[in-house]
Design a protein around this ligand. Structure first.
Ligand code: DLL
Length: 435
């Protein structure tokens, strides 16, 4: 059994969680209806008033919200408290570049700190830890989110922010950082830089890492764990709902517990909007039941996952979500076949390639093309041209048998694919530029 930050909440019997959620949902719907005209209108369109919502069993009646609603009401149209009560703003530009803005009351920030502290304790953290935060600080939620959790726990927060990787390593060594927080791609880069500097895991004091904000595979987890000599844990969240730590991974390392006292999660069929039973794969939808300033109801994340209430060896009773398996909007449709970048990453990493790869999709003579650029392995570098083409061919065969379509693999020189200090850019879809 794991140590928990708030065992009375994190291991609460499921019936009690549901009861708490019901009470909070009823209050939240009344708050939103009274204070957000946009929401009131959405509910009225469905013939709903707060009196129709008696508990979680009525959740399905509520309208969905999506990113477009945030854009339509930009900047403050979905805020449910006066600006005088808002003590912090964060924003996200998303992949399409159009930004959205969210706000927090002091109470919202207190909850955020609390759930980030739960995550830190779940990875073995305590007040004795030195928490090295290399997520970006700024409008992005990553830096401030984990930072607040570290301080709440009484640990020492080190607000390094992202970038300047050699300096990160100096700080890791000199300050004795024990828990690293950053994107998985940046963790891999820090590991690679450590190695390039002639150092290894024995030269740093890290024991755990909290990595999220982008999709990553189990193969990548093993790679980071080996490079940094740590246990690597996943963390999920999104600006619209809170930032990092909407759900958090425990010692079982098999998915993330959703903080159900603050968020209700559902999985829906993205095409029909129908709620799917636990265990089925679909789009994750979250409802904020305690947030004051920016309380979204039934927000469609576009992230694809599975939820399950199978008992977890860690002792927590919160429902678990799988690692997001991609997003409904990052699924590539190539010659009619659905392809997720994570599937390609799995094939590369299973065969010992690095997580430094890039997928380029294009359309030539009305036909989609798929090219995968991946850095050559060090032992192949000195090898013959024939050896390189054989390795490319082997990867092409593996991709074809998994995806059912042809991909052209290009092995490129080590370090020729640009590293990321935040979210990595894995896919370049040139078709979008032509459309
Ligand atoms: O990425 C918040 C965050 C910061 C989460 C630090 C974890 C750690 P956004 O920039 O709004 O917020 O992006 C949210 O990132 O909808 C997912 O598609 C993706 N994402 C977040 N965490 C994970 C994860 C932050 N663990 C979007 N695995 C989400 C896969 C993730 N994708």
């Amino acid at each position: 059994m794991d140590r928990c930050y708030q065992p009375e909440i994190e291991t609460m019997p499921v019936e009690e969680i549901k009861k708490l959620q019901s009470e909070r949902l009823v209050k939240q719907v009344a708050h939103v209806f009274a204070n957000v005209p946009y929401y009131r209108h959405l509910m009225e369109e469905k013939g709903l008033t707060p009196a129709d919502i008696h508990g979680v069993e009525d959740l399905h009646k509520l309208p969905f919200t999506c990113k477009q609603d945030l854009r339509d009401t930009y900047p403050y149209g979905l805020f449910a408290v006066p600006m005088d009560d808002v003590v912090r703003l964060h924003a996200s530009s998303g992949t399409t570049g159009k930004q959205i803005v969210v706000g927090y009351t002091q109470h919202d920030l207190d909850i955020w700190d609390e759930i980030a502290a739960r995550q830190l304790v779940a990875v073995g953290g305590s007040k004795h830890d030195m928490v090295h935060v290399s997520y970006g600080y700024g409008l992005f939620t990553g830096g401030f989110g984990l930072h607040g959790g570290a301080q709440r726990l009484g640990a020492t927060a080190i607000p390094v922010s992202s970038g300047n990787t050699k300096r990160q390593i100096t700080i890791l060594r000199d300050f004795g950082s024990t828990i690293l927080c950053c994107t998985p791609s940046y963790a891999a880069f820090i590991g690679e830089t450590l190695h390039d500097m002639g150092l290894g895991p024995e030269d740093i004091s890290l024991k755990a890492g909290i990595f999220g904000a982008e999709a990553w595979t189990e193969e990548m987890r093993r790679d980071i764990e080996a490079k940094l000599g740590i246990k690597a844990y996943d963390v999920y969240g999104l600006t619209e709902i809170m930032g990092p730590c909407v759900s958090y991974e425990c010692s079982a390392q098999t998915g993330m517990h959703v903080n159900e006292d603050h968020f209700i999660v559902e999985v829906i069929d993205p095409d029909t909007g129908k709620v799917l039973p636990e265990g089925e794969r679909g789009e994750l939808v979250f409802t904020c039941i305690t947030k004051e300033a920016f309380p979204l109801l039934r927000y469609r994340t576009r992230d694809i996952g599975i939820i399950s209430r199978k008992p977890c060896p860690c002792g927590r009773t919160f429902i678990k979500m799988s690692k997001p398996m991609g997003r409904t909007d990052d699924m590539l449709i190539i010659r009619g076949v659905n392809v997720f970048p994570s599937q390609i990453e799995g094939v590369l990493m299973e065969r010992g390639y690095s997580s430094n790869y890039q997928i380029v999709v294009n359309r030539v003579n009305n036909t989609d093309t798929l090219d995968v650029y991946v850095e050559i392995l060090p032992d192949q570098f000195s090898d013959t041209v024939r050896g390189v083409s054989a390795a490319e061919h082997e990867l092409e065969e593996a991709l074809k048998s998994l995806l059912g379509i042809v991909a052209i693999v290009h092995l490129v020189a080590p370090k020729s694919i640009e590293r990321s200090t935040g979210k990595a850019v894995r896919v370049i879809d040139k078709r979008k530029l032509h459309d």
